[in-house]
Design a protein around this ligand. Structure first.
Ligand code: BYC
Length: 315
């Protein structure tokens, strides 16, 4: 069969909402795009554990500590589901992790910002997981089967994460003058980086057009960003706080909130490795990997021992 015919059958399947599975024929560029996005997503989950990990030992109560630990553990689990989904595209987890550790692979810009106060744990849950969940709800219907199925489970956990973040901020917003100030400060610092999570504006997004045709993405970066602004601009009223954007205003004609200009120079700077914590994040991941070397070695030896024993018994 000609490649054009194969491509036609492939696109037909996508148009008819039939999921693409690992053993199905797919264009090489579709495989590569999914591998790029899913592995970047997995790396984001794993690196995303670091800003919150910073606060486990300093959580203000046993209850908050237990919640934070459970949430961070969930993020590690999300990374594992996603690495497994990406592996179905013919690239091993070791190779993906090497690309992360060497600095070759991208991960979400948001995790290169520092978590400076306890209120940041609330802001990360509410804003960062809030942004992630909008994107991920769309990805539950992505065209690549293993990615879509991983997303269904991840979304269930993310909605708990977002609510716990909002709850932590709600307590602070009703607390002392200092607690209120801490809450506002965290919102001020995390707001603009959260808007950048959705990626460059549509006119600058190199992958969006093709990813929309292949239904890897079902909404564009700007559509999701607007949806996020509309959601948060309403939720913040309950906190009695403000978003750090004087241009934020309901637009009756558009039935959406208008918002101010994003600093794209800052975004690209962070993506290129020059954000406030890029070096620190990679150093932390490399250290953890090196320190885990003996565990990987022990697991390998154990697997070999089991294989040899099975062979002996079969003989
Ligand atoms: N940061 O053509 P575009 C979580 C890159 S973690 C860095 O629009 P695309 C959590 C992009 O890769 C959840 N780079 O790209 C965990 C591309 O470069 P390459 C994280 C970015 O892929 C712990 C270039 O810019 N969620 O929830 O069509 C604690 C042009 O962009 C970013 C995901 O990973 C960025 N923000 O769309 C708490 C979602 N944005 O690769 C919470 C899955 C763009 O061509 N990913 N770039 O060299 C996606 O949905 C899409 O990849 C994006 C970007 C919407 C992010």
């Amino acid at each position: 069969m000609l490649v054009q015919d194969m491509e036609q059958i492939f696109q037909d399947k996508i148009d008819r909402e039939i999921k693409i599975e690992p053993k199905d024929w797919m264009p090489e560029a579709y495989r590569k795009t999914n591998l790029r996005q899913i592995s970047q997503h997995a790396h984001s989950e794993v690196v995303g554990m670091l800003p919150e990990g910073n606060w486990i030992s300093r959580a203000p109560s046993l209850k908050r500590k237990a919640i934070l630990l459970a949430k961070i553990q969930d993020e590690g689990g999300h990374g594992l589901y996603l690495y497994s989904a990406a592996e179905t595209l013919g690239f091993s987890r070791d190779e993906m992790i090497n690309d992360l550790l060497s600095g070759k692979a991208k991960y979400s810009s948001i995790f290169n910002y520092p978590s400076l106060s306890w209120a940041d744990m609330g802001a990360v849950g509410w804003l960062v997981d809030g942004a992630a969940i909008l994107n991920q709800v769309m990805l539950c219907r992505t065209s690549y089967g293993p990615y879509a199925r991983a997303m269904v489970r991840i979304c269930k956990e993310e909605s708990f994460h977002q609510r716990q973040g909002f709850d932590a901020l709600l307590v602070l917003s009703r607390g002392s003058k200092e607690q209120k100030a801490m809450c506002q400060d965290a919102i001020n610092r995390w707001w603009w980086p959260s808007l950048m999570m959705f990626g460059p504006k549509d006119s600058e997004s190199t992958n969006s057009d093709q990813s929309m045709k292949w239904k890897i993405k079902r909404k564009t970066n700007d559509e999701l960003r607007q949806q996020f602004v509309d959601m948060i601009a309403e939720q913040i009223k309950t906190l009695g706080m403000v978003l750090p954007d004087p241009a934020l205003k309901w637009n009756e004609a558009r039935k959406h909130y208008d918002f101010g200009a994003i600093n794209w120079e800052e975004f690209w700077n962070v993506v290129k490795g020059n954000g406030p914590c890029n070096k620190q994040r990679l150093a932390a991941r490399n250290k953890a990997h090196d320190e885990g070397d003996w565990v990987r070695e022990a697991a390998k030896q154990y697997a070999e021992k089991k294989r040899n024993r099975a062979k002996e018994q079969a003989a």
